[in-house]
Design a protein around this ligand. Structure first.
Ligand code: SF4
Length: 474
């Protein structure tokens, strides 16, 4: 392996890469709804879409409502096997004409391109996010990275339109080094952006685990040598293709930890529904394990155990709550309990993002809160760690509470209130803990649906009131 191939790596890093086995995987992927329409899929997959469903989708091809130009269809054999017996999983993976019925929404939710100093890097918060792949083993219909996966043009701050590009190791590491040098020379904060040292990178996409072991290892070692202390890996591979977590992958992780013991690995996994990892009996019920908990699919269980048994990494689940998939308190309660039992922390649930077509998927904010709150009734404290997050353009925000009783004498409080808490802002967390209180609107699926009923807003989530005499009050 030549130095030219890995110019940002030390000799140790290059030796590490040379030791990594690049295994091949056969995910048995089916791509494109046309294959189902043409009956060019395996015999047992042919009834996955009904003839009516196929006709409705095919009729939209080439029109503004083409569902696959919004999000290409892709499914693995493993996911198909589970989805056969799960309406939730079918809704997650099967295209539907409803998706493009209302195309309201943003091609760049969170205005990420405003925070992209280098192609493929979003440096919005204290952590950096890098796009390292533009696909996943299968595609969730509700995906909030549809613009990347469907290779759509997005607007750059200079007005140019172009698809989002992928991060390149050399460029990202050069940015990290330069940013951290400037921060250090300036007493701990960047003089222009106010950001602190870049300590953490989230490898995202798409799914980083569609890359080969050696490419992943190259990212790990290069980021670590550039000064990154924690690397997050955002992946849904435990649901789409759990066999990806094989011996060669775990060998690579172990070797990486041996050579770079100070760099933490944080797996941010993505399960939406317990059907994605639990066995069912002939009646469709989950199966109780004689030693406690429920029976998991063998390969998913093996992969989770492989991760959970390594004390140098953490595993957190985060998932949006989506209409027809997991807007179900009982399913979410089972999922949270089982994940925690097997060593996976419940980190965040999300309200759906305002992506193009979001009205087909998003559950109203207050309903999501009620569903999650109900799902956590009966869970122990450690099982019920997950917060409900909604990503405002100015930063990550928690939906803390929805009240049922009127707030007497307070305009807009007649039907109760919703309390949002600001968690993390652009560049820093100076406003962390500040709240906004709005009158309830059971139909609201995004912040703008509350703009006419703001009661108090010290967090700055809503357009300012003309009356500035009482800061925070409207
Ligand atoms: S796993 Fe994540 S990035 Fe991949 S298709 Fe699903 S939502 Fe999108």
């Amino acid at each position: 392996m030549s130095t030219a191939e890995h110019p940002v790596l030390s000799t140790q890093g290059q030796a590490f890469l040379a030791s990594v086995e690049n295994a091949k995987y056969d995910r048995q992927i089916t791509s494109g709804v046309q294959k189902f329409a043409d009956k060019k899929v395996a015999g047992d997959m042919q009834g996955f879409y009904t003839e009516d469903e196929l006709q409705a989708i095919v009729e939209l091809k080439g029109t503004d409502r083409d569902v696959e130009s919004r999000m290409p269809v892709k499914i693995t054999r493993h996911y198909f096997e589970q989805a056969k017996n799960s309406s939730a999983m079918q809704r997650l993976i099967k295209a539907s004409p409803d998706e493009t019925y209302d195309l309201t929404g943003s091609n760049d939710p969170g205005k990420q391109m405003d925070y992209s100093p280098v192609e493929g890097l979003i440096h919005k918060y204290e952590l950096g996010l890098i796009y390292v792949a533009s696909t996943c083993s299968a595609h969730c219909r509700f995906c909030y990275r549809e613009e990347l996966i469907a290779r759509k043009d997005v607007a750059r701050p200079d007005g140019a339109m172009a698809p989002k590009g992928l991060a390149q190791i050399e460029e990202i590491c050069a940015y990290v080094r330069e940013h951290n040098q400037i921060v250090e020379a300036n007493g701990g904060r960047h003089p222009e952006t106010g950001r602190e040292r870049l300590r953490e990178i989230l490898m995202s996409g798409g799914d980083p685990l569609v890359l080969g072991n050696r490419k992943i290892a190259n990212w790990f070692s290069a980021l670590s040598e550039a000064g990154i202390e924690s690397i997050r890996i955002g992946t849904k591979e435990l649901a789409f293709y759990p066999d990806r977590f094989d011996k060669t992958f775990f060998d690579m992780l172990d070797r990486f930890h041996q050579l770079y013991p100070r760099t933490q690995l944080r797996f941010m996994v993505h399960f939406n529904h317990p059907d994605e990892f639990l066995k069912k009996d002939a009646d469709g019920n989950f199966i109780r394990h004689p030693e406690g908990g429920l029976e998991w699919l063998d390969n998913t269980y093996r992969s989770v155990q492989g991760l959970a048994s390594r004390n140098f990494l953490t595993i957190d689940n985060q998932a949006p709550i989506i209409r027809g998939i997991n807007d179900d308190s009982d399913a979410l309660r089972i999922m949270q309990r089982e994940l925690r039992h097997k060593g996976i922390e419940n980190h965040y649930f999300f309200c759906g993002r305002d992506i193009v077509g979001h009205r087909a998927f998003n559950v109203p904010i207050e309903e999501v809160w009620q569903i999650l709150n109900k799902s956590q009734q009966g869970l122990s404290g450690v099982e019920a760690h997950a917060k409900l997050s909604i990503t405002h353009y100015i930063g990550k925000t928690e939906v803390c509470a929805v009240t049922n009783e009127p707030l007497l004498g307070v305009p807009h409080g007649e039907n109760g209130v919703v309390i949002f808490k600001h968690m993390r802002g652009v560049a820093d967390a100076a406003n962390r803990g500040k709240v906004a209180i709005v009158g309830r609107n059971p139909e609201a699926i995004w912040f703008n649906d509350y703009e006419d009923r703001v009661i108090f807003d010290e967090a700055g989530l809503f357009p300012k009131s003309p009356d500035e005499s009482k800061p925070g009050f409207y």
